[in-house]
Design a protein around this ligand. Structure first.
Ligand SMILES: CC(C)(O)[C@@H](O)C(=O)O
Ligand SMILES: [Mg+2]
Length: 554
């Protein structure tokens, strides 16, 4: 069988190349087998990655069992929780591009035959899948798995509860001792933070896309089943190479639609919109916000996991995991079960035996939380190219809301005002110049949304931004406003006191401002200088295609 790696291992001319493998202890037998890159984001700065060395070792064991030669390759990864609330978060989304580019570089430079990608947290999962789609070689994602929920006073909690506790402390609703107790309880060990936040959203959607094996999204990081999953991933990559099944034969337009339907059913992080747009772009699959809105309008929402409800990923796993969710969607005709996946089998074949074991965690398709999906897309005169909201985490009374704009040119200004008690019931907080170009880096506004929730304002205050939100954000938090203020978007022309009208069920968001008034304001507008003007992030900002395109580098 002709292999990519023969370009570095076969022929007289490649004696030097082979010699460098021998220098590392590889044998001739190992060089005669398919070379499999095991791309591990193991590090000691991300709780979701602290154990990935064990996962990667298990993947390598599986590759060897199936007759391949595994080769460990490193990838970087940002911990969004540690980066949150300061300049660090400006680097998070942009790091996704670095990850995709570095995986591409390593796979192409060494002519690897296939990849098993070992991510876990927010930007590393999409970055690695983007690389697989771009390279179009056999690839499987095997994530590190979700963290268990913590237990605080008998209640299952996770990171969103702690971020909201900060807001509660600021208004003296809890004591320093309460906050310290929650701080020590919220994150009990390794894995991606335990709610349906961005990491778990993307790990579940990797499974729905078919690029990861069943169980990838929900088997807890600490379970032996995660090690077994990793070994099977190492074995299955050899099968995909044998059958010539490459990433784009899995990441097809129909598979993207399956992932979108699962996204809407699960109530995933709004970051999934950015990442599915970016993955689609790399796979050559056309996708836009209008298509996402169409899928949302007709796909029921079946899960309310933290922060939208009390259940965590371990509860989703116990209820049957993504196979159970996909089986419910298949019953209603909301997914295409005929598609090939990383198991080498179809979705339908993978779903054999899948069942919904807990209708309180996964609503049956006949009794959804809503007939529309967890993420809604809105358009209007301050978001002419769209914006998104995690509708499944918005209180009913906030689905339609109007109120006075409270305008801030950065997250930092807004959080200062919120903590100082200057935001009151009915207000619409508008945070701009936090987009991909303007921030730069499109920060997640978890601190402002958690402060509002912790202060009990999430049922009466809305927040709009050209930045984005964490998967742990809840409330009427409307993000990804396009065009962003720094690109001339009307969100940059909103002034204090403008009336903002939000209508999530009808997909509308407008300021009661005439076109003429906007034009007059544009003539007077003074845009703030971007906070970072040199280095990687400045380059990313200059080359970013904007949130509407998935915030990818052009
Ligand atoms: C810190 C979190 C929870 O990872 C957040 O960044 C997210 O996007 O979900
Ligand atoms: Mg995040």
């Amino acid at each position: 069988m002709e292999l990519r790696s023969h370009a570095v291992t076969r022929g007289v001319e490649r004696a030097p190349n082979r010699s460098l493998f021998y220098a590392m202890g590889y044998t001739e037998e190992e060089l005669s087998r398919p070379l499999i890159g095991v791309v591990s984001a193991h590090s000691e700065i991300v709780p979701g990655h602290i154990h990935l060395d064990k996962i990667a070792d298990a993947v390598k064991a599986g590759v060897r069992m199936a007759g391949g030669t595994p080769i460990l390759i490193p990838a970087i990864g940002v911990c969004d929780g540690i980066a949150m609330g300061h300049i660090g978060m400006k680097y998070s989304l942009a790091s996704r591009e670095l990850i995709a580019d570095s995986v591409e570089t390593m796979a192409m430079a060494h002519c690897l035959d296939g990849l098993v990608l070992v991510p876990n947290c927010d930007k590393i999962v999409p970055g690695m899948i983007m690389a697989a789609a771009r390279l179009d070689i056999p690839a499987i994602v095997c994530s590190g798995g979700p963290m268990l929920a913590g237990v605080d006073n008998g209640e299952e909690i996770s990171l969103s509860k702690l971020f909201e506790a900060v807001g509660a402390r600021k208004v003296n609703a809890i004591t320093d001792a309460d906050l310290k107790r929650i701080e020590m309880d919220a994150c009990p060990g390794c894995g991606s933070c335990a709610g349906m936040y961005t990491a778990n959203s993307m790990n579940c959607l990797a499974e729905a896309l078919g690029i990861a094996l069943p169980g990838n999204g929900t088997i807890p990081a600490v379970m032996a089943a995660r090690i077994q999953l990793a070994k099977h991933a190492g074995m299955h990559i050899m099968d995909l190479i044998q059958k010539g099944i490459t990433a784009r034969q899995i990441i097809t337009p129909a598979a993207i639609k399956n992932a979108l339907a699962c996204d809407m059913a699960l109530g995933c992080s709004t970051n999934s919109v950015l990442h599915l747009l970016a993955i689609s772009r790399e796979a050559g699959v056309p996708l836009d916000l209008a298509t996402i809105a169409d899928v949302s309008a007709k796909t029921p929402n079946l899960c309310h996991l933290a922060p939208a409800g009390p259940a965590h990923i371990q509860d989703l796993h116990a209820a049957g995991g993504i196979p159970a969710v996909l089986a419910e969607l298949a019953k209603g005709g909301f997914i295409d079960p005929s598609l090939i996946t990383a198991t080498g089998k179809t979705v339908q074949e993978n779903l054999a035996g899948a069942s919904n074991k807990n209708p309180a965690v996964i609503r049956p398709i006949e009794n959804p939380y809503s007939t529309t999906g967890g993420i809604a897309v809105l358009w209007g005169n301050i978001a002419k190219e769209g914006c998104v909201v995690k509708r499944s985490a918005v209180a009913d009374e906030m689905l339609v809301h109007s109120g006075p704009a409270r305008v801030f040119d950065s997250e930092d200004e807004a959080i200062t005002a919120i903590y100082a008690g200057r935001i009151v019931s009915g207000d619409v907080v508008v945070i701009r110049y936090e987009g991909p170009k303007g921030g730069p880096g499109m920060r997640e506004m978890l601190n402002p949304t958690s402060a509002l929730a912790g202060m009990g304002l999430d049922r009466s205050v809305a927040l709009i931004t050209d930045g984005r939100f964490s998967g742990a954000s809840r409330g009427a938090s409307i993000g990804h406003v396009c065009p962003e203020a720094a690109a001339g978007g009307e969100i940059g022309l909103v002034v204090e006191g403008d009336t903002i009208l939000i209508d999530i069920p009808n997909g509308k968001i407008n300021a009661l401002v005439s076109d003429e008034e906007f034009t007059a304001r544009r003539g007077r507008q003074i845009m703030p200088a971007p906070a970072i003007t040199s280095g990687w992030l400045a380059r990313y900002a200059r080359g970013c295609a904007g949130a509407n395109a998935g915030a990818v580098m052009k």
